[in-house]
Ligand binder design. Sequence first.
Ligand SMILES: [Fe+2]
Length: 294
Amino acid sequence: MKTGHFYRSVTALVYTQKLSHARAPLCGQSFNILPSAQNFTALFDKLRELFGEKKEEHIPLEDLSLMEVDIHSHLIPGIDDGSKNMDDTIYLLRQLESLGFRKIITSPHVVTDGYNNSTETILSGRDKVREAMVANGINLEFDAIAEYYLDETLSEKIEKRDLLTFGKNYVLVELSYLNKPNNAGDIFYQLQVAGYKIVLAHPERYPYYHENDFHNYHSLKDRNILLQINLMSLAGKYGKNAQAVAERLINERMVDFVGTDLHNAKQLETIRACLGQKYLDRVLRSEKLLNHTL
Ligand SMILES: [Fe+2]
């Protein structure tokens, strides 16, 4: 069986309601799969063994050097809900440097009714951070893009080709956490016709995508939308459902990018707590992950 088919088949099997509530004869014990991410992990690993996959050795990571590049954070001072001043920014960058990163591509929010940042404000903020990094001896590559909220003014920016991109013309886009946006399909299409490659920020955090047994995620991938999960999801920061979805995306090899989504010093504890997670190890060693290409 081809590897991709293996992962899709096993996860489909695991998530079958019948199997999830039955005594699974393969494992000799019953598993209540939903919504427990831990049970999912146990059963998934048993099935991997059964299908002849080599048992995965898990050694907790010491740092995040395997990730190399972070594409999602809020480190330009004072322009969104992230870092409040340059001292905060320098502290956070120093911590990221000690975690082993080679490059940070920070991504301030662009939200029309909230953080109405422009390309100019973001790039001028980036330049000031670069100067401060030199003055403070921080040895990281540093660049800035944006986390574009999908609203009506994004359409105007696409028309003007006024979007900050990274890598192969990638654009980072986020959606509402509350309601499935009606215009998502149209704006995604507009982005793609304009030649941009869409990277959807933290897809595991949108509850309306959790329904329909992963069909929504397969549909995003079928439309060539790349997926970026948050590291902190793996430590349960956004709840059990988001964690379970992030883990399933990893198991189905659907993750293209990982991001810290770092806003403040408190979150560093959560990011460090991820180092011991088997799923972090699994995603950072995935041949599908693109962070290192940037
Ligand atoms: Fe973010």
